[in-house]
Design a protein around this ligand. Structure first.
Ligand code: FAD
Length: 419
């Protein structure tokens, strides 16, 4: 059962596996473990007391998965547009771009775990300390990990998987965005504006992203690729300005605080129902001290460096990690479990993404040109495969040929710490 609690003074538990953080990766792993034949005694510790619809996950997929089933809409057409130029429209017969509101994901997995006998989720458990002792130091220690939470809970574990974000990680660029979900009447839902009004200024490369969720609702997101993080208030101001510029006839106003989207289905055009902000690392600069526990999530490299997309990669990581944990568990019942390893990217992809990002960072004014050339010269499927980690070697050659070569050659001759 999902356990919500802040009263755990001196409560003590022993678990086979503890997942630190119950966000996209932590819940994804718990779900994947729940689908394994062999039960694992597992606990997810999450700081939040409740889940809310805090973000939207969009991703491309060709085949049906549990997550495409949960998605509330999908599109086969999307477009790219340099500021003041005509849009470049891509249509795919194979790939669909899915939209999954985070609250649906959180509720689905909570429901699955409620009915599961071995995997539990505890909300309101902010982890305050995590200590691991090696077998070498304590020979007969079957539970070498000790985790403490703010509410007084102590958990001993054989294995720990840490999916909490590390706010000290550095990256080549940061993808910073502010989005507003707004009521708008009579809008075509056919095409997602993936990167529109692309341009650059003193902060770097920027664009708008418009997701037509229904004929009456859009998610309008203002996005920047920047060499430093940008805070939410500045981006919010820019987002509202960009929206007014795009839709000058629509007056923006905020919905009353406690009104839900459903209650307001007839409200007037321009009502803002939800906001979302993100500042995502693009191209992590690796920390030289490896972590003691198994890692997942953004600080372990869950986001694709060149695009910031992560949902699909997280689900792949979750399935592979769940299989490895189950196999290791069967083999090593009486000894300390071996580390679980996962390569989100092959080395060539890491290097290629790092070169792309450093070139973009040092030539931000050319950002609109880079992306519109990719959109102009590549087929929609080639570009989607690139963004979704599915590129083959023919795709790579096409990508390299479609970009202007000189900035990339110059960048590859410079020495800059990346991967
Ligand atoms: C607004 C937004 C929109 C996004 N949209 C997309 C998209 O459309 N497509 C896409 O592919 N990717 C998207 N991403 C990127 C990525 O998929 C998400 O950030 C995803 O949530 C990352 O998963 P995660 O598990 O690493 O981190 P999170 O989902 O943030 O999970 C980390 C969890 O750890 C918990 N935690 C932190 N500290 C503690 C502590 N001390 N104790 C206990 N728990 C703790 C947090 O509460 C959180 O629940 C988006 C990101 C954001 C922010």
């Amino acid at each position: 059962m999902t356990q919500k609690s802040t009263h755990h003074a001196n409560k003590y538990l022993e678990k086979e596996c503890v997942i630190l953080g119950g966000g996209c990766s932590g819940l994804g792993l718990a779900y994947a473990l729940s689908q394994q034949q062999q039960p694992i005694d597992c606990l997810v510790l999450e700081a939040r007391a409740n889940y809310t619809h805090d973000k939207t996950w969009c991703f491309w997929e060709k085949n049906a998965t549990p997550w495409t089933e949960l998605a509330t809409c999908h599109w086969s057409q999307w477009s790219y547009q340099e500021k003041n130029q005509a849009p470049i429209i891509h249509t795919s017969t194979q790939w669909r771009y899915y939209y999954l509101p985070s609250i649906i994901y959180y509720e689905k997995i909570q429901q699955v775990l409620k009915n599961h006998s071995h995997i539990k989720l505890m909300l309101g458990q902010e982890i305050t300390s995590v200590h691991g002792e090696t077998k070498h130091k304590i020979p007969n220690n079957d539970y070498p990990w000790l985790i403490k939470t703010q509410s007084g809970l102590t958990v001993k574990a054989r294995r720990v998987i840490d999916t909490r974000p590390n706010h000290h990680t550095k990256s080549i660029l940061y993808q910073c965005f502010f989005g507003i979900e707004i009521n708008i009447k009579h809008l075509s839902t056919k095409t997602v504006a993936l990167m529109h009004d692309m341009c650059s200024d003193h902060h770097g490369f920027r664009f708008n992203y418009i997701l037509p969720i229904s004929p009456e609702r859009i998610l309008f997101e203002h996005t920047r690729f920047c060499s430093y993080p940008i805070d939410s208030p500045l981006l919010k101001r820019e987002c509202i300005q960009a929206f007014k510029h795009k839709f000058p006839k629509i007056q923006l106003k905020y919905a009353p605080r406690h009104q839900t989207i459903e209650q307001d289905s007839l409200s007037t055009s321009g009502t803002v129902h939800r906001e979302e902000y993100g500042c995502l690392p693009m191209g992590l600069i690796q920390n030289d001290t490896p972590s003691a526990s198994d890692m997942g999530g953004i600080s372990a490299g869950a986001l694709r460096a060149a695009s910031g997309y992560g949902f699909r990669r997280i689900q792949k990581w979750a399935s592979q990690t769940a299989r490895q944990i189950t196999q290791e568990n069967q083999k090593m019942l009486n000894s300390q479990p071996r580390r679980i390893t996962h390569q989100y990217d092959p080395l060539w992809q890491k290097k290629m993404d790092a070169l792309f990002l450093t070139t973009l960072k040092n030539n931000a004014e050319k950002g609109p040109q880079f992306f519109s050339q990719l959109a102009n010269k590549l087929s929609s499927d080639t570009l989607v495969r690139f963004l979704s980690d599915q590129s083959n070697w023919q795709d790579l050659i096409k990508i390299i040929w479609s970009l202007p070569s000189w900035p990339f050659i110059k960048q590859s001759l410079r020495r800059e710490k990346t991967v």
